[in-house]
Write a protein that binds this ligand. Sequence first.
Ligand code: GAL
Length: 405
Amino acid sequence: MQKIVRFSRPAAILGLCALFIVCAVCRKGDQDSGPSRAKTSAFDKLAQTPPLGWNSWNKFGCNVDEKMIRGMAEAMVSRGLKAAGYEYVVIDDCWQISRDERGDILADPERFPSGIKALAAYIHSLGLKFGLNSCAGTKTCAGRPGSQGYEEQDARQYAAWGVDYLQYNWCHTEGLVAQPAYKKMRAALESAGRPIVFSICEWGRSEPWLWAKGVGHLWRTTGDIEDKWESIIKILDLQAGLEGYAGPGHWNDPDMLEVGNGGLTFEESKAHFSLWCLLAAPLMAGNDLRSMTKEAAFILTNKDVIAVDQDKLGVQGRRLRQDGPSEVWVKPLADLSKAVVLLNRGPAPAEISVSWKELGVETSTAEVRDLWLRNDLGRFLGGYSAKVPSHGVVMVKVKASNIVL
Ligand code: GAL
């Protein structure tokens, strides 16, 4: 029997008034300026999964202009990246040229004749988000004006332009200490009032994984990636052991992707992308999306592999085992399954296996899905083994089976 509680009319009116007052106070809190709780939490809620997008640096360096950036945003939609979850279009260094008499940062008028605000609005009109790069020092790495001494002014400008993402570098910072310098920009962004993903880029020098949670949403852990296999492997090795520092809203960043830039074979590109997804890395494509090959698009838009990166549990994968050039990497997922990358770093194909026991799968059989073939392979007893090409991976999802043999 349901119990029905009846209120007298005055009590009900009093109750309604109290509710109204409480709501009004809450709303006022939302609207107050300054780093209010509401704004802080808007910032803290950003990047609950690693950001996905595109950045100009790896392919274009300083050669950026509004026509190319517009084209890249359009290609992000037409080549299926938006549908696969990519969101941010970020102009790296060299969009800025000087400051005006008030100290406001100015975009290069020849390369960005319509201005940054119009460019951001166009990118937003495509359902995407827009990002810029700056630097904690006096100059950017390419020698353009940096933000030192202009943090709040720049943050206000970014907010007014509609910027959603800021990559903040560490060149020309003589005399500065990373933690306070990045905290300063984070506070400036927060008080400018627009939620902006804050990407810390000091190449891992001050071990930002130890202090940057709550300051940036992601932090680079290494120097710049290069478009070659040795660089991918070197960066990968530097990620092992950092897995405990990442989680929703705060990610280790092993740098942007080189898929589609020509220096990696198809297998190497798949391996690079698989490993970045296993590491819950931010996925910033770095190639020319307008002219990319079908193979590059196939890799960048594989929804099964991206789902590993974007998994809601937000746990960065780790190296489980290393036997010479053969490695096994594992990432626990929210549905209690495990993503597994079998990596062959060696010069010849290799058979690599993983047992359910070492994965912590408690049933004797488990379902295996190959994430590149996008195919359920069936139920396997005790473990899984595959022939892995040289400089390549096999990536599977392993889920404990309900059927006990
Ligand atoms: C580097 C940074 C790159 C890119 C470049 C621009 O320091 O690591 O990702 O932003 O500066 O000059």
